[in-house]
Write a protein of this length. Structure first.
Length: 318
């Protein structure tokens, strides 16, 4: 199949230069404390350099001087090196510089001998992540798809997604074979540890609606943990959509084995294929079939690459 057309760029990329020095001893990191005790909450943007909606939300927090009414708030622009490489003529290339920042989060990698731009940044930020209680990682998707909350495998992740109450779809999954996501790092994936993380996919990378999803997710995250000023909450929080969130449990991750992987039909996020045994992709000489009736495709890749995830398969469990 031919690669889909590049989606239009409907948003303005903010100039982040003024945030470079930060105020917490780390570049691109800002931390604000309150006199009232409370949790340390971290909001992160630019885990991937072309996912701009989170950067727009953090820029707004900083411009509006939103400060925590209790506890501590940290704001992190993670992979600005990739963000600075953005080229509207080739907008997918700036996802990363050398490797995916969101596949590095295991001790064997962080403490190992490998080196890359992203690994150096991960090691630089790791002590900060180790100090936080709750983390929101703002992402977006390469193809148009309803926003998704990625809750991980632990019940506490699903509980957090339901407490935030948006987006309307929650994905329960274990991540990728290529490496662990930040939201699954260490204590965030420990059922016995109270610290939590949530990853929100806010829509297609550059669609006009994605920054508002990022903004509302940020506000609701801060509000849930008691950091958001009541006046800001009253002014900025939008009403929630009617209806309960739907939960999709992922039980199969399809990892690309060859250089000739392709989908055999048009696919899109949250597409449901009705019949078990339907061929929807080929990987070399191997036909890939749906394992069940009413099989849900979660974030099928736009740019297949050997060793990376082609698609995750799930089912509605609510």
């Amino acid at each position: 199949m031919a690669e889909p057309a590049t989606p239009p760029i409907e948003v303005v990329f903010p100039d982040l230069a003024k945030y470079r020095d930060g105020n917490a001893g780390l570049p691109w990191v800002w931390t604000f404390g309150s006199e009232q005790p409370g949790p340390h909450v971290l909001i992160q943007a630019l885990t991937h350099g072309n996912e701009v909606c989170g950067a727009i939300a953090l820029d707004r927090l900083l411009r509006d001087a939103v400060r925590p009414v209790r506890g501590t708030l940290s704001l992190v622009f993670a992979n600005v090196a990739a963000y600075r490489r953005f080229d509207a003529a080739n907008p997918f290339v700036s996802r990363c510089v050398e490797e995916d920042f969101n596949r590095l989060w295991m001790a064997a990698v962080l403490d190992g001998p490998r080196d890359s731009v992203e690994l150096r940044r991960a090691r630089e930020l790791r002590p900060l992540y180790d100090r936080v209680d709750h983390l929101l990682d703002l992402h977006s998707m390469s193809e148009p798809c309803p926003p998704l909350a990625m809750a991980g495998m632990q019940r506490k992740g699903l509980g957090l997604a339901r407490a935030i109450a948006l987006p309307p779809h929650v994905i329960v999954d274990g991540g990728h074979a290529a490496g662990r996501r930040l939201r699954d790092y260490a204590f965030f994936d420990d059922a016995a540890d109270p610290r939590t993380a949530l990853l929100v996919e806010c829509g297609q990378h550059w669609e006009a609606a994605a920054p508002e999803v990022a903004w509302q997710a940020t506000l609701r995250f801060l509000h849930h943990f008691g950091l958001l000023d009541a006046t800001v909450a009253q002014r900025e929080l939008a009403p929630l959509s009617a209806g309960r969130q739907r939960v999709i449990e992922v039980d199969t991750t399809v990892t690309i084995a060859t250089d000739t992987f392709s989908f055999t039909q048009p696919v899109h996020g949250l597409q449901t294929i009705p019949r078990a045994g339907t061929v929807y992709a080929v990987d070399g000489d191997h036909s890939i079939r749906t394992p069940r009736d009413q099989c849900v495709l979660v974030m099928p890749t736009r740019r297949p690459k050997k060793g990376e995830t082609a698609v995750r398969l799930g089912r509605y469990i609510d």
